[in-house]
Ligand binder design. Structure first.
Ligand code: NAD
Ligand code: ZN
Length: 250
């Protein structure tokens, strides 16, 4: 670990526009399970594809039932050592930005400002109407869901389906966030992947794009990824422990 830490430090010191790209692995020490590790969310429930959510009321009821169960389980989650380290690096001007696949809101909670954060897969802390875009708070959805005995509410303004503001499989990526991630990636000279299995596209295309543009690539992940071969540095270790050292010095 010592040698890898040293190399990480050198690469960061030699970079002017470093970008962190995070996945579910940065939040596991906060008690939020990732998708693909044993016992992860993926193995418990098959995700509901977007077209199924839109087409079937029963799917929307099930999606919201799961959502509220998760809310209950993870309501107390606080930013971990990895989140705090990235927030400090940003504050010191050592990072140009954070691109995340996570929907848990923990980067914001750690103090990363909105203009330095790209949430590729949306944000699970509120909901929107898929037809008219009106925003609804989770408490509003839950009150109606509970009052109707587990039936998801439709939009009072237009009758459209109300969905958590996250991107489901099969749903179009948010254009503005994709464009911002693209710009950050193309301008980066160091791209640091943290806690992602790099199997969900198009998100997983960003490390590749950074590499093609000449950026150095670091992959910090407990398990191997498909992209390890093209990385300048692979650190196969615990995210919190590795990044904590950067929060204290440098
Ligand atoms: P993933 O589950 O596919 O991969 C997570 C990776 O992190 C795994 O390879 C695992 O080995 C590694 N990891 C887990 N804990 C670690 C730790 N403490 N130290 C080092 N490595 C660790 O996650 P993904 O690539 O982000 O893709 C999953 C998709 O599901 C994302 O698109 C995301 O939108 C969504 N998701 C989000 C959350 C969240 O918001 N916290 C949680 C689960 C899933
Ligand atoms: Zn509406």
């Amino acid at each position: 670990l010592k040698g890898a830490q040293q190399r990480l430090r050198e690469l960061l010191d030699g970079s002017a526009r470093a970008v962190a790209f995070t996945g579910a692995g940065i939040s596991t020490e906060c008690g939020i399970p990732d998708f693909r590790s044993p016992g992860g969310l993926w193995t418990q429930n098959k995700p509901i594809p977007f077209d199924v959510f839109v087409a079937h009321k029963a799917a929307r009821n099930e999606a919201w039932r799961r959502k509220f169960a998760m809310e209950e389980a993870f309501a107390g989650a606080r930013p971990g050592r990895g989140h705090r380290a990235l927030a400090r690096l940003l504050g010191r001007g050592r990072l140009a930005g954070v691109i995340t696949q996570n929907i848990d809101g923990l980067h914001q909670a750690s103090g990363v400002p909105d203009d330095a954060l790209v949430e590729l897969h949306g944000n699970g802390t509120y909901a929107t109407c898929l037809d008219c875009g009106t925003r609804y708070e989770l408490a509003w959805v839950k009150a109606r869901f509970d009052a109707a005995g587990g039936v998801a509410p439709d939009c009072p303004a237009c009758d459209g389906p109300v969905k958590a503001a996250t991107i489901s499989f099969g749903q179009a990526m948010p254009e503005r966030e994709m464009a911002r991630a693209d710009a950050l990636t193309k301008a980066s000279d160091l791209f640091i992947v943290i806690g992602s299995s790099l199997v969900v596209f198009p998100a997983a295309g960003f490390p590749l794009k950074a590499r093609q543009k000449g950026a150095r690539l670091i992959i910090l992940n407990r398990e191997p990824t498909e992209f390890d071969d093209m990385a300048d540095l692979v650190v196969r270790d615990e995210i919190g422990a590795v990044l904590a050292s950067f929060a204290d010095d440098g």
